[in-house]
Design a protein around this ligand. Sequence first.
Ligand SMILES: Nc1ncnc2c1ncn2[C@@H]1O[C@H](COP(=O)(O)OP(=O)(O)OP(=O)(O)O)[C@@H](O)[C@H]1O
Ligand SMILES: [Mg+2]
Length: 454
Amino acid sequence: MSARILIADDEAKIRKVMSLLLRSEGYETLAVENGAAAVREATRFQPDVALLDQQMPDMTGMEALKQIKSGLPGAVAIIVTAHGSVSLAVNAIKEGAYDFIEKPFDNDQLLLTVRRALDYKSLSGELHQLKKRFDETLSFGQIIGSSAQLQQVMAQVRKVAATSVTVLILGESGTGKELVARSVHNLSPRSDRPLVTLNCGAIPLTLIESELFGHEKGAFTDAKEAHQGVFEQADGGTLFLDEIGELPLEAQVKLLRALETRSITRIGGKKPIAVDIRIIAATNRNLEEKVRQGAFRLDLLYRLNVFTIHVPPLRERRDDIPLLADYFLAKYNKALGVNVTGVTRQAIGKLMQYGWPGNIRDLENALQSAMILSQNGVIDVAQLPMRVRGYPASIETELLGDDEASVIRKAHATAEKTLIEETLKRCGYSRTATAEALRISRKTLFNKMKKYGL
Ligand SMILES: Nc1ncnc2c1ncn2[C@@H]1O[C@H](COP(=O)(O)OP(=O)(O)OP(=O)(O)O)[C@@H](O)[C@H]1O
Ligand SMILES: [Mg+2]
């Protein structure tokens, strides 16, 4: 696609010369005779570069540029000025023009300036893309995982982050709810404002209200100084109410009121204070169950579950385990003063079979201890915690009476067969993809499939 150049000049002769010259270079051009037309056409024509005459009857080139930029932030413009108006030209650049040329202009000079502007435009476009990708990796920073289930969570995070909607994050303990909450904040327009976390389960009943809403000096015996609550601290940013299921009923009423009115009153204070916050709440509790038990207010639940993100337990996204293992090795090598470079295939097999009731936190702990136990820089089955190593009860009974070596052989075979079956399925029965996922050669995979009759 050829680059598009918008030309705005009130002199018909100039428009003609510029158009001919630029078209002879293969550019697509559109010429208009005043600033208003330039602004109007810019949104439709989407020029890569705009050549704007500074002196037009209805507005200056710089004024036109300002208006164009409000709709097209990446617009690149060259201001065309009368001969000798250098200070004006310098000003134009300061205010966001890419470059300027003086009338009467030299043809080659014009073409060169346009070409440079186009280069700049494509470079800054790439830079912008790069920065965006970089920001995303950074904000997702530690959320590791490539499973379809986790990708879906991330897609939801990206979508809801753009809004100010209240988010409720549900999931078992250790699944990464707090990481998800952070990502929502980091990817939101509020990311340069504070993210304030209140762990509702960790505060004594008597202090909760003051933690939430703050208090004035002298509001109660211990209130020696005025204190800002989390609502005020998070103003303009995000308030993360962690373990919301643990919030006592009395506090729930007050929280609900604050959410409804988007304002709080400090304890002992007289005036309500308006706050602008996005709320994220998380819990590993079943809030509906708590509502049935009368321990959680239904109206509060409705306020919170505007947009719900379920973070799936690790056992439902086992595909993430190899990647998480690599990540934790890299993360803890330095901290633990060890140099563990990998996990054997058998050990990965065990990690992928285990149920992980404590989810990722549990996996993280298991790997840390295995790293400490590792002797030769590699984690093998022997370094894994007993509960992870343990064979499923069904296999144990089945093999009862055999000598230990054969028990282990058979259990390994069963585990391996299951692992290969599951991986094949997950990879759409592509052998290349399966071999890659299991980190074995295609030939080895083929032999094993033959051995297990797959
Ligand atoms: N996808 C992930 N990638 C990397 N680390 C993760 C991931 N998910 C969780 N973790 C790590 O696991 C640990 C537990 O995560 P987090 O504290 O977010 O869980 P949680 O759901 O809030 O748990 P709880 O309900 O117990 O508070 C943290 O150390 C976190 O960094
Ligand atoms: Mg948590």
